[in-house]
Design a protein around this ligand. Structure first.
Ligand code: E4P
Length: 220
């Protein structure tokens, strides 16, 4: 499973990149707005930090507008994946982009039927939003499992990018379901490191070692 960070914050991205476990980035208009920097400038900076797919979302809602914005975004860097919403205009833009060789992430996917449309339109990624479905009282992970099965049945090549992952179990369950990618906020990636037995075990190892060697440092 590839790990993407769902953020436009450069400090979070630098930290994640230093850990060597970040394979890409997803952004959306909300995340870009939070940083207060125009999208083209921010996406360029992100591409300098993370060597992997970087999703940049259009804000136009009509196909022509999406095509104009998306082509501009795609020119920023070879790793940019243009993100479009799962609307009629978005799916049409996705079909046209894919014929031009521009990779597309179809976002705001909330049903298996929508995921089939994205695959048929040649999407590179489809982004089902797990957490937002959970918020409505339904089971977001069921959607991931359904899409994995349907895409397998028809050998669709669109990759499933499990999005709106809110905690560690979402990441683990998306991996068990077979999502190709999980995109998560920095705090969720950070939380994956934590286990009380790791801290306890390390503490014990260090204490035992220090006791045996009277606090002498390891010779270099
Ligand atoms: C994905 O591309 C979205 O930016 C994101 O995962 C949405 O997450 P949220 O529902 O926690 O805002």
């Amino acid at each position: 499973m590839r790990f993407f960070l769902d953020t436009a914050n450069l400090e979070e991205l630098k930290t994640g990149a230093r850990w060597g476990v970040v394979d890409g980035v997803t952004t959306n208009p909300t995340l870009i707005a939070k940083e207060g920097v125009p999208i083209e400038e921010q996406i360029r900076k992100i591409c300098d930090i993370v060597n992997g797919d970087v999703s940049a979302e259009v804000v136009a809602t009509d196909t022509d507008g999406m095509l104009t914005e998306g082509r501009k975004l795609a020119k920023i860097h070879k790793n940019v994946v243009v993100k479009v919403p799962l609307t009629r205009d978005g799916i049409r833009a996705c079909s046209l982009f894919s014929r031009e060789g521009i990779r597309v992430n179809v976002t705001l996917c909330f049903s298996a039927g929508q995921a089939i449309l994205a695959a048929k339109a040649g999407a590179y990624f489809v982004s089902p939003f797990v957490g937002r479905i959970d918020d409505t009282g339904w089971n977001g992970m069921e959607l991931i499992r359904d899409i994995v099965q349907i895409y397998k049945n028809y050998s669709f090549t669109t990759q499933i990018l499990a999005a709106s992952l809110r905690h560690s179990n979402h990441v683990i369950d998306a991996a068990k379901a077979g999502a190709h990618v999980g995109t998560m906020p920095f705090k969720v990636l950070d939380a994956l490191f934590s286990h009380p037995l790791t801290d306890k075990g390390l503490d014990q190892f260090l204490k035992d070692y220090a006791k045996a060697f009277q606090d002498a440092p390891v010779s270099r």
